[in-house]
Ligand binder design. Sequence first.
Ligand SMILES: [Zn+2]
Ligand SMILES: [Zn+2]
Length: 433
Amino acid sequence: MARKRVSRRSALKAGVTAGAAMFAAAPAIAQNAQGGRRFRAFVRHGTTAGVEELRLRPLEPRQVLVRTQATAPCYTIVAASLATTPAQQAQVPNHCGFGVVEDVGAMVRRVQKGDRVVVAGTSQCGVCFQCLHGNPDYCQFTFGGDVWSPYAEMSDGTPVFAAAGVGGLAELMVTLEDYCCPVFTDLPATELTLLGDQLTSGFSAGHSAMRFEPGSNVVVFGAGPVGVGVIQAGKVLGAGQVIAIDPVRYRRDFALKMGATTVLDPAVDPDTLVDRIRELCKAPTDRKLAGGHTYTKQGFAAAARGADFAVECAGLQVFPPRVEAQPDPTGVLPVKQAWECTRMGGHVMLMGLVRQDVSFPGVSLALLGRTIHPGQQGGLHMMRDLPRMIRLMEKGRIDAKSMITRTYSIDATRQAIQDCADRTIMIGVVTYS
Ligand SMILES: [Zn+2]
Ligand SMILES: [Zn+2]
């Protein structure tokens, strides 16, 4: 069969939004030595999930092949990864990872063979509509699942997709260059992989999107891996106090070690939680003409006190944990509490990915001047922000190492995901030799 030639210009124009079609139409560009290579991966297929050997398909022109060194499963993948519901297609879970570039497609410019790269949950292509409008946290290549073609096959030929265009829980990742941030540091892979997702999401909330101010009151709902990132942003950016709220005792203790100044258990007297936060955030005087503010327990004046910055990253509870449970498993309650505890004119970010509708009083939305920030990876600009975070890690001002509770071999991937679901660990990292 004659091969149809595709010009570089038309291939560029097509981009990866037409990835599968372009691959089919452009074998002259897409064929390369990686096709057929065997590797092991944690695969979710039908109602099963486990480690299997896969065969790689040839790289597409803008794809990068990364030999994975370390990947931290995210809580958002636990239900799908443990195969509690049937999967439509075979998929390698997880939307982040860290490793070394082994090969690149013909059109890749950002990374080279041998580069160490963070593969982040959020891409930054630099040229799509969102990137050009200053919103690379909404880069149109992020969550590439709908435009992705299979990158591997199971032994029976079943095509395998990479979750979110990354598929981090495998010996090899195939992703677009737009997800890859080359790093130039000696920090270990186990720590750098936390920059692909959880730690970065929390740190970016404070650093990139909300821009915590020195001396400010920061409140974080949920002291899991994302919340600890928020706490570290509060510490680095000089917050006056960082109040961390979590029902799990070991997470409250850990939050204090990582920079929280006060911790609260939301399960204890939940009806007064917002009032207690407001009390902690009160100004040193109630004299308005001296820079203070008046306060009443009811009505609009109640919002005179409260968080300058509140971040909700408690989320919903997918499975009953093997530690203390959340007061509201749907995660709606901490969203409402984060909103209510924010002072008039303050900032609130909602990151927890709750599945239910959330409502706020319309008058308060209009008149209290609170700014709601969307929580898509904390507003990350990955090519700008990750090198900054690495510099802070090298100086010891961001502590990724202490967040890693356990490391796992590839054969223990399922256990790593289960421990994440059980919330018995802060972060588990699967390492690859
Ligand atoms: Zn995640
Ligand atoms: Zn983009």
